[in-house]
Design a protein around this ligand. Structure first.
Ligand SMILES: O=C(O)CCC(=O)C(=O)O
Length: 231
């Protein structure tokens, strides 16, 4: 259990304490079932990126050794650790087909570690990938305006080229920046698809010594800051 999760949940009227020994995904399933307007799971999604436990994973020898074994000489953070909470029967935030290189444009030997934090099966759905698509580099994209995703792959693969990757409880999927993939639906009635993504660039192969992300004011900080401007 991440202490941050229970702390956040208890601040909402629908929130309730975790059972002793309860696994975090079971707790989130219970919260998701009682919350209104996604407000608890949305807050969890927002705070998880600042969790010290998850940040710490980026520097854990387990991941750094794997990075080196898989071709990253000097690992650096590509994105902050991302936790996905794909709620049952909700399609709005699913990721359409894409290559993660679009959120980096840096090292061609980047790595993504996609890790289930709750059991996956055909009901919860999983990530869908196009085998072999990583061999042909970054594909042209065209902008889109419906939904939250910025673009779509031009002449992307047909639906029947995707295969779902059901990753076991003690397994993870590791892929490079050019693999074409997308989210599968979560068809279950009451289970969130709860997964962690850790992404690493390689300092040695950066085309420019820079980073794929910058710290930016969150909407909360922007709003609060403006209240005090000229105040
Ligand atoms: O987990 C998913 O549904 C999709 C994940 C994804 O698109 C990504 O990690 O880039």
């Amino acid at each position: 259990m991440l202490p941050i999760a229970e702390n956040v949940a208890l601040s909402f009227s629908e929130g309730f304490a975790a059972e002793p020994g309860e696994q975090i995904h079971a707790y989130i399933d219970r919260l998701c079932a009682v919350e209104t307007n996604n407000r608890i799971t949305r807050a969890l999604f927002e705070v998880f990126v600042s969790s010290v436990e998850l940040f710490g994973l980026m520097g854990h020898p387990f991941f750094l050794d794997l990075c080196r074994q898989l071709g990253i000489k000097t690992p650096m953070v590509w994105t902050t650790p991302a936790v996905r909470i794909d709620r049952p029967q909700e399609a709005r935030f699913l990721s359409p087909a894409h290559q993660d290189f679009g959120s980096s444009m840096l090292s061609p030997n980047d790595l993504v570690f996609w890790i289930p934090l709750a059991p996956l099966d055909s009901e919860t759905g999983t990530i869908h990938v196009v085998p072999g698509s990583h061999k042909t580099g970054y594909r042209p994209v065209v902008p889109i305006t419906n939904g939250y995703w910025p673009d779509v792959i031009k002449d992307g693969p047909a639906d029947n080229q995707y295969v779902p990757v059901v990753v076991g409880p003690d397994e993870m999927l590791i892929f490079g920046p050019f693999l074409i993939h997308k989210s599968g639906d979560n068809l279950s009635k009451d289970r969130v698809r709860f997964t962690l993504q850790l992404r690493f660039n390689d300092v040695d192969t950066l085309p420019e010594k820079t980073s794929a992300f910058v710290a930016k004011r969150s909407p909360y900080l922007e709003r609060e800051y403006r209240k005090h401007l000229n105040g």
